[in-house]
Design a binder for this molecule. Structure first.
Ligand SMILES: [Zn+2]
Length: 313
């Protein structure tokens, strides 16, 4: 490929690391979590009042943590708990983050509600009712904790609540995620919302994690899609490949810079090895290396191959 460079035209080749973009990935979860936090802050600022509650499950009702998770998913226990609390809510909007307990591998839920007051007993009753599907009886399903009530103005509270949720989105468990999460053949989400929660908040991926209610009835339970990669497989592939792009910057008649990017090829190399081979300019986030032309890239690729041959010799 010929690279054109003139006063009005600047071309380069960018090699970008292919990220897995999984919220379960130690490296990808941070930027994704921060982006979600920003979106959440905007959305929660429209809540009149905020109530944050943590819901846990008593593991003794289930054989293992995965069975407990599947039960909650199948019976939509969090959504149903919110529905039970309707009379105490200003609107039915909610957001929750899932967290995995360090030792037990059990899930618990950090739930944010639009409410100024919910009697403690009411929320315990609503959560305990979710145990009815076990054998038809209602018992203590788990624990309920009020994390925080709304403080001062809702703007302040929305920042606090969004930061609180973001903290759990970007917190990578020190021991990693449980094997049952990594190997699951069905969808496991780190957060969920009420239906239409993001309406009016304009983000491209506002629907990246559709709420329980946005799915069709058939899709509600455990969607066994064996052809789908597991979370573990997705996360393992993170950063193992790079894509090469041809970038063109053109200054138009009005002095405005127009950028275009074209995919060229995929390299089965991780970006760190490529960068170690020298040449090229690393981007701030460390995920891209820019080469001024194809010759520079070819040069670095041959150097890289030499490195590999030496290493494997
Ligand atoms: Zn990743």
């Amino acid at each position: 490929m010929s690279i054109v460079t003139s006063q009005n035209l600047k071309a380069s080749l960018t090699v970008a690391s292919c990220r897995c973009n999984s919220r379960f990935c130690k490296s990808c979860c941070v930027s994704l979590g921060i982006e979600l936090g920003n979106r959440l802050r905007q959305r929660l600022s429209k809540f009149e009042s905020l109530y944050m509650v943590t819901l846990t499950i008593d593991p003794k009702h289930f054989e293992d943590p995965e069975q407990a998770y599947q039960y909650i998913k199948r019976h939509r226990c969090v959504a149903e708990t919110v529905r039970e609390l309707k009379q105490h809510l200003i609107t039915n909007d909610y957001f929750y983050v899932v967290e995995w307990q360090r030792n037990t591998e059990n899930v618990h839920f950090h739930l944010i509600l639009n409410s100024s007051y919910i009697p403690f007993d009411a929320i315990c009753d609503a959560w305990n009712k979710q145990s009815v599907h076990i054998d038809g009886n209602v018992r203590v399903f788990g624990s309920v904790r009020f994390t925080a009530k709304s403080v001062t103005t809702c703007n302040v509270a929305s920042v606090t609540a969004a930061n609180y949720a973001t903290k759990y989105m970007i917190k990578y468990p020190p021991q990693g995620y449980p094997r049952w999460v990594l190997d699951a053949q069905y969808n496991i989400r780190k957060f969920s919302t009420s239906r239409g929660f993001w309406d009016g908040i304009e983000y491209d991926d506002a629907l990246d994690n559709p709420s329980d209610y946005q799915q069709s009835d058939d899709d509600e339970g455990l969607d066994n899609n064996n052809s789908k990669r597991t979370i573990g497989q997705i996360v393992e592939s993170c950063g193992q490949f790079c894509n090469v792009f041809y970038d063109l910057q053109r200054v138009d008649q009005n002095g405005k810079v127009q950028c275009s990017r074209k995919f060229i090829r995929r390299l089965h190399i991780d970006i760190a090895s490529l960068y170690d081979a020298g040449i090229g300019t690393k981007s701030k986030n460390g995920r891209e290396v820019v080469y001024k032309d194809q010759f520079e890239l070819n040069d670095v690729l041959s150097k890289y191959r030499e490195h590999e041959l030496m290493r494997n010799a």
